[in-house]
Design a binder for this molecule. Structure first.
Ligand code: KG4
Ligand code: ZN
Length: 383
């Protein structure tokens, strides 16, 4: 840790931090194991990512069509030593040099969370450094301000609106001076989850979201039309289950037609053949348009209620190509400063966890060694 002044300082658990200074060079080791990715990263308190390593368990979960919780915990236990060693190697650091440790505490699969949280606490205890238990969504929320490895993060404005679209969440938040208020969330499925379920019906392998996006991208003609869900009570909440049902029904109709004309039934047709049929591609294109249309609809309505200057968009489904193409136009028309998460940090990663902890550390938070527990569900902003 480097100090350049003796101005106001704060003494926490084994660490002395000058809050007033911008030249503080504390290093945070981040650990993220909330679902099926084992991730470690080293980020400094200025938000510069020194290394970010994500080890995917896709091959282990693929045969089951989705994430199997027991397999995920076991794989985290197996993978973390190599992931941690690689994160330190890429950052060119010894473990002893880190100044604080952070791990995701919630929400997620409880067994998976426990692996990372216990590891983080044990490392911090052994190193006699502070420990931070971070809410996964807080990590996503600030991730659009991270820059590619080696560059200092942009400073997040005091007030901004955050859209998080992932496999577990679809929500809008207002962030004001560090306080986070939920403006809207999904009443049923999350956006990424629906992409996965639609792809699963076609026999695609997990995670189906990126593949469905790719197939829709390849369809140049107009897609099948689906309506955009609205909540009757006028709330801004999202809802994707109606779109999912409409899409699955439309796919079933196409699949029935395909099976009439094929020698074998649709279930026997390999997925890569099915997704080449025009009917399937038109349905997937229309589905994607309606899913992204719903996101834009909620943003529109929110903007009419309260204008905002900055929109930060994050989460695994923020990799969606149509969404990434549509948002810059939407924002430009309203003079909104759009912060679209870099593709490296859209999916789950530990850099975002370390960065969120770094913000707390700089704000004088001493960490939460003994108080923090893992939780499969936890509203953002809970103690
Ligand atoms: O943030 P993330 O890595 O994990 C969660 O916290 O959920 O998000 C993963 C989700 C999966 O559902 C995946 O299918 C979806 O993000 N996803 C996409 C795309 N890339 C990933 N969904 C739609 N279009 C994509 N290009
Ligand atoms: Zn996530």
């Amino acid at each position: 840790m480097g100090f350049r002044s003796e101005a106001k300082f704060y003494q926490g658990a084994g660490v002395t931090i000058d809050i007033a200074m911008t030249s503080f060079e504390g290093l945070i080791l981040g650990i993220e194991t909330s679902c099926d990715d084992t991730a470690c990263a080293v980020v400094d308190t200025a938000g510069k990512v020194l290394s970010s390593v994500v080890s995917s368990q896709l091959d282990e979960h693929r045969p089951y069509g989705g994430v199997v919780p027991e397999i995920a915990s076991r794989e985290h236990l197996r993978n973390w030593p190599a992931v941690l060693a690689e994160a330190l190697r890429r950052a060119d650091l010894d473990l002893e040099t880190v100044d604080a440790v952070a791990a995701t505490r919630a929400p997620g699969l409880i067994g998976s969370l426990l692996v990372g949280l216990s590891l983080g606490k044990a490392l911090a205890r052994g190193l006699e450094k502070p420990f931070y238990g971070v809410h996964h969504l807080e990590g996503h929320l600030y991730s659009p301000f991270l820059k590619p490895t080696g560059q200092v993060a942009d400073v997040a404005p005091e007030r901004f609106v955050a859209l998080v679209v992932s496999g577990g969440h679809t929500a809008l938040y207002r962030v004001a001076n560090g306080d986070i208020t939920t403006l809207a969330e999904t009443r049923d499925d999350a956006m990424g989850e629906v992409f996965d379920k639609v792809g699963k019906r076609l026999g695609l392998l997990y995670p189906q979201g990126p593949r469905v996006d790719e197939i829709a991208e390849g369809w140049a003609e107009s897609g099948q039309r689906f309506s955009i869900a609205r909540c009757r009570d006028g709330s801004l909440d999202f809802s994707f289950s109606g779109l999912k049902t409409q899409t699955l029904r439309a796919l079933d109709r196409v699949l029935a037609r395909v099976s009439d004309s094929a020698v074998s039934g649709p279930s026997e047709l390999p997925a890569d053949e099915l997704v080449r049929t025009d009917g399937v591609r038109a349905v997937l294109a229309g589905f994607r348009e309606a899913a992204v249309g719903q996101i834009l609809n909620r943003l529109d309505r929110l903007f009419r209620q309260e204008t905002f200057e900055t929109l930060a968009v994050s989460g695994g489904a923020a990799a969606n190509r149509l969404l990434r193409r549509s948002l810059p136009d939407w924002a430009a028309e309203r003079a909104v400063d759009l912060r679209l998460v870099a593709l490296t940090f859209s999916g789950d990663n530990a850099a975002m966890i370390a960065h969120a902890a770094g913000k707390r550390l700089l704000a004088g938070d001493r960490g939460d060694f003994s108080t923090v527990e893992a939780a499969s569900r936890l509203p953002l902003g809970s103690p």
